[in-house]
Design a protein around this ligand. Structure first.
Ligand code: NAG
Ligand code: NAG
Ligand code: NAG
Ligand code: NAG
Length: 360
């Protein structure tokens, strides 16, 4: 399957807009911790509201929805509570959320509906069994300009997105503390192709981990692979051997730059079993929680020697010390130096390791 030719796409758009005389209902998370909380359709030369879908864009335009210059107030950081659900509002527009007062419109909330007054097809699902899931990811970096797409690790999934306005995301109990200045999180969503044009959604927000009880490090996230049953594309059975286990990056798809997914327009990657994203908390993302996180995904860090790996990182004295130090008092010792090394250095060291192991 290839991407639609521009001419065909225009006719598609015309066809869709005649079916739906109203603006197609796209969706975003809404919270004061988000980047672009007050961005309207006139803030940018184009409609760059948080709900506007991302398609065929250069990196700067899709990354954080091009809202880096519209940060939240520092006091509005979202507090993730380990082991408890984070409930976020997802809606087609701000006036349908608790934050309608700053929308410039009236109060158009409609219970748990993300898009009051619209049929579900307007938020890209024919019915609840046609929802494809959405994700929250976290980067342990307080400087938003320092985050690369490869830094985000998906930590929570909800398979029935976008269906409920109030969507619960379970937060893994082992989420480690954020560096001074907090972390950054982002919401991601890709919907089914049977309900409108394909695109990707991303909204960034400022987050931190409140009352952490663990200092388990999140492993370096890897690119997810297609491995679930996919009857629509001629694969009736799942292929677990093809799955990426452990920490995974979000799905960056259909943009001009920095994609990590190269699926065709009608076979989108999803935040569900198709890419081994289980519903709920992603409890296998920590270095010590999944063999896949250490075996073929060495992230060099202080005190680690290079050479043939015997056992897993969890066997190392350093990791054992870390596991014992899981009382909240250890948390204050956490510093910026504990965040993963620069990805470029990581890649270079990775290549060196591959070369050395190859020679050996
Ligand atoms: C958004 O707009 C509201 C209402 O004007 C204002 O109180 C709030 O400070 C704004 N938030 C940001 C992040 O600009
Ligand atoms: C949901 O939509 C799918 C796709 O059109 C359809 O096959 C299925 O029967 C529908 N399920 C319900 C419960 O309506
Ligand atoms: C997904 O969100 C819905 C609506 O809030 C909630 O009922 C459901 O439990 C959530 N799923 C998970 C796995 O947390
Ligand atoms: C394995 O995953 C890759 C990457 O997502 C995908 O292109 C390929 O089709 C998958 N193979 C099987 C047999 O599922």
């Amino acid at each position: 399957m290839t991407i639609l030719q521009p001419a065909r796409q225009v006719s598609w758009l015309l066809c869709l807009s005649s079916l739906f005389p109203f603006v197609l209902g796209h969706a975003a998370i809404w919270h004061p911790s988000m980047y672009g909380f007050n961005v309207t359709d006139t803030t940018f030369p184009y409609d760059n509201r948080p709900v506007a879908p991302l398609y065929n864009m250069p990196f700067k335009q899709w990354w954080f929805h091009n809202h880096l210059d519209y940060p939240p107030h520092p006091s509005d950081t979202y507090q993730l509570e380990p082991g408890r659900p984070a409930t976020l509002e997802i809606a087609c527009n701000k006036q349908s959320t608790s934050y309608y007062a700053s929308s410039g419109f009236g109060n158009h909330q409609g219970g748990d509906s993300p898009c009051p007054g619209s049929p579900p097809k307007q938020y890209h699902a024919l019915n609840i069994s046609d929802t494809k899931g959405c994700a929250l990811a976290i980067a342990y970096k307080s400087d938003v300009r320092d985050i690369a797409p490869e830094d985000f690790a998906v930590f929570s999934i909800n398979h029935t997105c976008v269906w409920h306005r109030f969507t619960e995301f379970q937060v893994p109990a082992k989420m480690p503390p954020c560096p001074l200045g907090g972390c950054h999180c982002a919401f991601f969503w890709i919907h089914s192709p049977d309900a409108g044009n394909e695109q990707m959604y991303m909204n960034g927000f400022k987050c931190t981990v409140a009352n952490p009880v663990s200092v388990a490090q999140i492993a370096k996230p890897r690119v997810a692979r297609r491995c679930g049953a996919d009857p629509q594309n001629g694969k009736p059975h799942a292929d677990p051997a093809n799955c990426t286990n452990g920490a995974k990056q979000p799905l960056y798809w259909l943009q001009k730059e920095r994609n990590n997914m190269f699926e065709g327009y009608y076979s989108p990657p999803y935040y569900n079993d198709l890419y081994n994203f289980k519903d709920g908390a992603q409890n296998d993302i920590f270095e010590d929680s999944n063999p896949a996180n250490t075996k073929d995904n060495l992230v060099p860090r202080d005190g680690m020697t290079f050479g043939p790996v015997i056992g897993t990182e969890a066997d190392a004295p350093e990791a054992q010390g870390r596991q014992q130090n899981t009382t909240p008092t250890a948390v204050s010792e956490f510093t910026n130096a504990d965040v993963s090394p620069d990805p470029v250095i990581g890649v270079l060291l990775g290549l060196v390791i591959v070369a050395v192991v190859g020679l050996w």
